[in-house]
Design a protein around this ligand. Structure first.
Ligand code: PNS
Length: 170
């Protein structure tokens, strides 16, 4: 008799301040490779995020509705401890360019040292998204530039509202 196939429960961690179309494309592709995907927001106010954790949870829940095996999570502390708590066996990360590689490799190796049974897998960002980052999106939006096509429409509206409200500059 064939062995039952192990279920893959993956964590896709990040700051998501805010989620971009690059993140979303990766989530869409990743969700087809695993049984469950938990998109998990690092709750770290020390990073002085533009959007609060509650706002980021709301934003993710809104844009991730079309993906039945994707859910939103929140974590503080060590990523691998959170992954173990959630019963996850995989960490999913995206790589946009060679410049991402060194940092991602360091994190993957450290996470493996901390918990060798949790694997990290990387997906290459689609070429259309390789230049998009939350940081640049915020900078462009804060200076009145057009970010349509870089983030989902609901996030674009929130960015406009936030920068009108606060007249903040990144
Ligand atoms: O979106 P980001 O900022 O690139 O995500 C970075 C993140 C959240 C994946 C990373 O900072 C993280 O895992 N932080 C949790 C703390 C931790 O586990 N540190 C040790 C990992 S090397």
């Amino acid at each position: 008799m064939a062995e039952p196939t192990a279920r893959i429960i993956a964590i896709y961690p990040g700051s998501f301040d805010p989620i971009t179309n690059g993140h979303l494309a990766l989530i869409a592709r990743g969700s087809r490779l695993v049984d469950r995907l938990i998109v998990s927001i690092l709750s770290n106010e020390a990073k002085q995020p533009l959007f609060s954790v509650e706002e980021r949870v709301d934003m993710l829940e809104e844009v991730l509705k079309p993906y039945p095996n994707v859910e939103v999570g929140l974590f503080g502390g060590l990523l691998v401890d959170y992954a173990a708590e959630r019963g996850a066996n995989l960490i999913l990360r995206g790589i946009r360019a060679i410049s991402d590689y060194e940092y991602e490799l360091q994190m993957a190796l450290m996470n493996r040292r901390l918990r060798p049974n949790i694997e990290t897998a990387f997906l290459m960002a689609g070429e259309a998204y390789s230049f998009i980052s939350s940081h640049l999106v915020k900078e462009v939006a804060s200076l009145g530039g057009n970010v349509s096509g870089l983030v989902p429409p609901s996030i674009e509206a929130r960015l406009k509202h936030r920068f009108q409200q606060r007249s903040v500059r990144i």
